[in-house]
Design a protein. Structure first.
Length: 261
């Protein structure tokens, strides 16, 4: 019998982490080695938003998307040429059922929410990857529902990864590497940690405005929703914190796995 895959959420932060040799990138490399090679990866990235719909990449060779500006040419030169998997994309659509998913054959690919972390986790680029978009027009409860419906894929050898940030406020960033976390970022990050450890997904699915530091930490939902999808897919499994810390005052790099032995 195939071993059930865990669920992973990664705070991806600054795209330059893709090129870095630091505590974060080394944590990703260690995580990939310890998890082993899954049959395929379904990555829910904050950087593919499709309001009012869900889409999944359906091509055999997804392109590497550089969805940012103002960074060094070295970053734009990165290619993560992982194979896609139309078969897994079709399985995602079938699994989500009435949720409704459109197959994307040529529009998207792998954006930096996916490849900036995967190039450290799976540097051999030998695991098929499909991306699932984020419906930012849907509610937090809807994100949990999407995750719960994806959970059976874990029994098929598919690793589900959410990639975003628990705290993500670009307007309040301080680019100094030594910038101290702002109080509201610490409050929200701590609240999420506590409720996750309690297994209380419902406490996190409402409006962030009603949570400590939530309105400042989540001014827009696209980086937050992949966390809720991951929690839904966790299917009640216990959390293990893979990485913790707040960078640039207002970006949480919190990373988690669920159901990892």
């Amino acid at each position: 019998m195939r071993k059930r895959q865990p669920v992973v959420f990664l705070g991806h932060g600054n795209p330059m982490h893709a090129l870095a040799d630091d505590a974060f990138s080394r944590t990703l490399g260690k995580l990939g080695r310890e998890l082993g090679k899954p049959k395929a990866i379904v990555c829910v990235s904050a950087h593919w938003t499709t309001p009012g719909a869900l889409r999944v990449t359906h091509m055999s060779r997804p392109k590497t998307i550089h969805d940012f500006s103002g960074f060094p040419e070295e970053l734009f030169a990165v290619r993560y040429a992982a194979p896609g998997s139309p078969k897994i994309a079709e399985l995602v659509r079938k699994t989500l059922g009435e949720t409704g998913v459109e197959l994307d054959d040529d529009d998207w690919g792998l954006d930096h929410g996916a490849w900036s972390v995967l190039r450290h986790m799976y540097p051999d680029v030998d695991v098929p990857v499909v991306q699932l978009s984020v419906d930012v027009a849907a509610s937090g409860d809807r994100q949990l529902e999407v995750g719960r419906k994806l959970a059976p894929l874990r029994d098929e050898g598919v690793l589900i990864i959410g990639s975003g940030n628990v705290v993500h406020n670009l307007a309040e960033m301080d680019w100094s590497k030594k910038a101290a976390p702002v109080d509201w970022a610490v409050a929200f990050d701590s609240f999420v940690k506590r409720k996750t450890e309690d297994g209380d997904a419902g406490a996190l699915s409402g409006s962030p405005d009603g949570m400590p530091g939530g309105s400042e930490s989540i001014p827009t939902p696209e980086h937050w929703y992949p966390y809720l999808v991951a929690m839904g897919a966790a299917d009640g499994d216990k959390v293990r914190w893979e990485y913790e810390g707040i960078e640039n005052a207002a970006i949480s790099m919190r990373g988690a796995s669920f159901g990892r032995n």
